[in-house]
Design a protein around this ligand. Sequence first.
Ligand code: DC
Length: 224
Amino acid sequence: MAKPHVSVAIDGPVGAGKSSIARNAAKTLGYIYVDTGALYRAVGLFCKRSGVDIADASAVESVLTEVRPEIRLIDGVQHIYLNGEDVSEEIRLPEISMAASAVSAIPAVRAALLDLQRNMAETNSVIMDGRDIGTVVLPNATVKIFLTAKPEIRAKRRYDELCAKGVATTFEEVLSDLNTRDYNDSHRETAPLKQADDAVLADTSELDFEQSCELVCNIIKERV
Ligand code: DC
């Protein structure tokens, strides 16, 4: 009998290092890394490009049939496509982060993206990161981790990342955006960000990147 697929759910607030740590752990352990935030970002980008008011839930809902986000694995690396176009870079812009957070509060958007995420985990062993993976998308995940760090530390990491990419911003702006997004993500009615009852809490405030990866890999290895 074929071995069942392993699924690792990593949830947590903005800038906790979910994507870089999950990507690294997936490489170490031989799983596929799935970044679910990219799907919400693709929907946010579509709305921005087509002038849809992201604060108007019914306007966003009415264009959902035109939005075809797709996750493609190229040499094992996730690329996000929007209606056939690779938008992996563009979705990282700060204004798209905020748009993603806004559209992610709309139940119809979440419903539209659910099967896509579950299908990835049915057909591969995955490490999937997001906000509701352990609570909603993969409630039976093999391992659940809630990854977090102090807000100022997360903001500093995000600020350094944006500076390295040449995005003009300030630390204060990044911290304020991060707090707004965390508030929105954890206070929405549908699938809010919260630690699943059976998730392991991993706080990386005092850890560097390598130590964080080691911590996450050890949590996974102990449970698989
Ligand atoms: O992880 P990220 O920063 O790329 O996510 C962008 C936004 O998408 C985030 O502010 C909230 C939303 N999101 C979500 O609601 N559920 C997920 N599973 C992943 C992201």
